[in-house]
Design a protein. Structure first.
Length: 581
């Protein structure tokens, strides 16, 4: 099998799911589509039904003192989003915004159409209904940095940690025996999947000086472990399912799906008073907010909506003939984690099967957090390690899900010679490079221009190369020698003539194989666009409450942080509007 055939298979399965979706089998679980008309009024309008939007809307409604309109551009989540094993089949579907970078990105050469494919959820639950379903909070250092930037200690880790706990419901039996870190009464069930197949790799990594821990957390901030997932009762645990669905019959909640917010409406005092929307029937109407408009559209769509509404860089808005309401650096400070891939073939071992249960993750996986300075309490890079026992799954992930070009994936697969493939995503967690989001046009139906500028700061290439060289030492471990573990040379044309395993080679390799880790943040950041109460500078009654407000990225998966931000935002909105019981 080659990459083209594997991609055809994945596309074919996805088309079958799309045909089933026509039956709308999951719609009965959710609040009905609201009946609104031009001028309909609500206390709050929440724009964006992803993780943050579902939590904010739910918590405001549950005060019993506020009516809330939640607007989501996509549909209800399909059946396949409920099962973690089916997540690859959601990419490039109607449930994905299907964003791509602009074509001049340094790292796009070995990707389909020379662009970076940047998946983002377009359905209730947003990317929590679309993505990998992994869970980690990040490090105290990350949040303490936010507190320093905002000069507000309520964003410190000590202050945020209780909010994590309120969202979490740890169901992992091993961790529960000595748990003092995770919450046990929250909405989102979390737990680990333990694979015996990972044990020899943990041993190999310990040989390199990297410890194994039952869990990586502030008590053990560095080392390798089995991944934590937001899976409970065999289904994906999203804020849509766990916060919004229970409000199906609550008359204070009004839900619009398949509805695009096109503009925030302001009065003469620069007070947000409503939102212009394009309904599922392509009708343009305005809905009104008596108290606040809350934007939870995510790192790419939130800045687009603000800029279309007159909030953004003055020169850029005037260039699009948009009246400027507030001159702010909206869309700037775009940040992402950057992945590169290392691949090894294990000639004396075999993974006879991949997991074929849609309720389980589709491959064996573990991860780790590494710092060169062992006394450091936060990592320099993350290593996400995956085993592939057969060709179809590897090629599907390589060519379909991550959109590496077919030639690269076929070269790797041929070199693997039908042996088990051990694939490691070496993730640079704290790049210095910054990108931006720009308006492509004034048509809200056009996706904005995404200009990540990966590796635009030269130090990022140097650091990422050093991380690749560091992890690749695994080929010298006892276990790898026993199973004849061998680095797979992807035969990168751009790196021809460079001596293998030199820093110049790893720098070239990093650029050639780099890809997004899909953890976009920063485009409406605290201290620049919003204050520490997430209120937009220069206007009234408008907040942004999603990953775009993070001034710096966390050294982990973003989902836990977004849920904590949403809970904190809810607390502030409730307090500021006198909604406490």
């Amino acid at each position: 099998m080659n990459s083209s055939e594997a991609v055809s298979y994945y596309v074919g399965v996805e088309q079958i799911f799309n045909m089933v979706a026509i039956l709308n089998l999951t719609a009965y679980q959710w609040p009905d589509q609201a009946c609104v008309h031009n001028g309909s009024e609500f206390d709050f309008i929440v724009v964006g039904g992803g993780s943050a939007g579902c939590i904010v809307a739910s918590r405001l409604v549950k005060t019993g003192k506020a009516s809330v309109l939640l607007i989501e551009a996509g549909p209800y989540p399909p059946l396949e989003s409920d099962y973690e094993g089916l997540f690859p089949f959601l990419k490039d579907s109607r449930y994905d915004w299907n964003f791509t970078s602009t074509e001049n990105e340094l790292i796009g050469e070995y990707h389909t159409k020379d662009v970076i494919h940047m998946s983002s959820g377009k359905m209730l639950g947003g990317s929590s209904s679309l993505g990998f379903g992994c869970y980690r909070r990040g490090y105290p250092h990350d949040y303490n940095e936010w507190a320093d930037i905002t000069n507000d200690t309520s964003w410190s880790y000590k202050s945020i940690a209780p909010l994590f706990k309120k969202n979490e419901q740890l169901v992992d039996p091993r961790l529960l025996r000595s748990n003092h870190y995770y919450g046990t009464k929250g909405n989102i069930k979390i737990g680990k999947v333990y694979y015996k197949r990972n044990r020899p790799y943990f041993d190999a990594l310990e040989e390199l000086g990297y410890d194994y821990h039952l869990d990586v957390n502030p008590d053990h901030p560095l080392g390798f472990t089995n991944l934590m997932f937001t899976i409970g009762d065999d289904v994906r645990q999203t804020p849509a399912h766990k916060f919004l669905k229970p409000l199906k019959n609550n008359k204070k909640l009004h839900l619009l799906v398949n509805t695009l917010a096109t503009k925030i409406i302001f009065d003469d005092n620069k007070t947000a008073v409503g939102v212009e929307i394009l309904t599922e029937h392509n009708e343009k109407i305005t809905v009104r907010a008596r108290k606040e408009v809350i934007v939870t559209c995510g790192t790419i769509k939130s800045p687009q909506l603000l800029m279309l509404s007159g909030i953004g860089p003055k020169e850029e808005l005037e260039d699009k003939n948009i009246d400027v309401i507030a001159d702010l650096p909206v869309g700037k400070n775009f940040q992402d984690h950057v992945n590169t891939i290392l691949l090894y073939k294990m000639t004396k071992s075999s993974l006879a099967y991949n997991l074929d249960n849609p309720k389980r993750y589709p491959f064996v996986i573990f991860d780790g957090y590494v710092a060169f300075n062992k006394s450091q309490c936060y990592p320099d890079y993350e290593a996400i390690c995956v085993h592939f026992g057969e060709t179809l799954t590897f090629l599907g992930i390589c060519a379909f899900y991550f959109s590496y070009d077919n030639k690269l994936c076929d070269t790797i697969n041929k070199a693997a010679d039908n042996k088990e493939i051990f694939m490691t995503f070496v993730t640079y967690l704290n790049p210095k490079s910054r990108g931006e989001i720009l308006l492509k046009s004034t048509d809200p139906r056009d996706n904005p221009l995404i200009i990540p500028r990966y590796y635009s700061n030269e130090i990022d290439i140097e650091k990422h190369a050093s991380y690749l060289a560091d992890f690749n030492r695994i080929v010298n471990t006892t276990y790898f020698k026993e199973v004849e573990g061998e680095f797979i040379d992807p035969q990168l044309k751009s790196c021809e003539g460079l001596k293998k395993n030199t820093m110049e080679y790893w720098k070239c390799y990093a650029i050639a194989t780099a890809d997004t880790a899909h953890y976009f943040v920063g485009t409406c950041s605290m201290g620049a666009v919003v204050n520490s109460r997430l209120q937009v500078y220069g206007v009234k009654n408008l907040r942004v409450c999603d990953a775009s407000i993070m001034p710096t990225n966390v050294r982990a998966l973003a989902e836990a942080s977004v849920m904590a931000i949403a809970r904190k935002a809810s607390n502030m909105i409730i307090a500021d509007n006198g909604l406490r019981k």
